[in-house]
Design a protein around this ligand. Structure first.
Ligand code: 5GP
Length: 139
């Protein structure tokens, strides 16, 4: 399948739709998932126009994975989490719903189950607060 430049994340990357930004550099953008499966759920995107891990250039993938590690460390520390789950879905059969490459960084707390994927909208005030706390550790 070809990359669709009108997907939601491409619009966020172009600044056509808003997002609670956590981190940005020349190759990546990280922002809060609006339907988080746990508190502090961050999406880390490559700026390359890739659908998913199956078509992205290896160098672009390496850049985004390095930022996934930084965001995971920052989110865990900023929110006092016990652990972090990293998820990444490819094509509809693989669970992907937005077709621009992204990683999920999901802070975890002992004994706390995840909410369903992409189902329950968060309070924007909570997203703003958590984005600011995580971003403060990424400067
Ligand atoms: P995927 O299944 O493609 O890996 O996950 C897409 C993710 O994007 C889901 O976790 C969903 O909650 C999130 N999402 C969908 N639409 C938006 C949006 O407009 N803004 C943000 N920030 N996240 C979104």
């Amino acid at each position: 399948m070809a990359y669709d430049p009108d997907n939601i994340f491409a619009k966020i990357l172009r600044g056509e739709l808003p997002a609670h930004k956590v981190y940005e550099d020349d190759a990546t953008l990280a922002f809060m998932d609006i339907m988080p499966i746990s508190r502090g759920h961050v999406l880390v995107l490559s700026k390359a126009p890739a659908r998913n891990i199956l078509d992205i250039d290896a160098a672009d993938l390496a850049r985004v994975v390095a930022v996934v590690q930084r965001v995971a460390r920052a989110a865990k520390e900023a929110l006092g989490a016990d652990g972090v789950t990293i998820q990444q879905f490819n094509e509809p059969a693989g669970g992907q719903t937005v077709f621009h490459l992204h990683f999920h960084v999901v802070p975890r707390w002992e004994g706390q189950p995840l909410r369903p994927h992409g189902a329950i909208k968060a309070d924007p005030a909570d997203l703003k607060r958590d984005a600011e706390q995580i971003a403060a550790l990424l400067v």
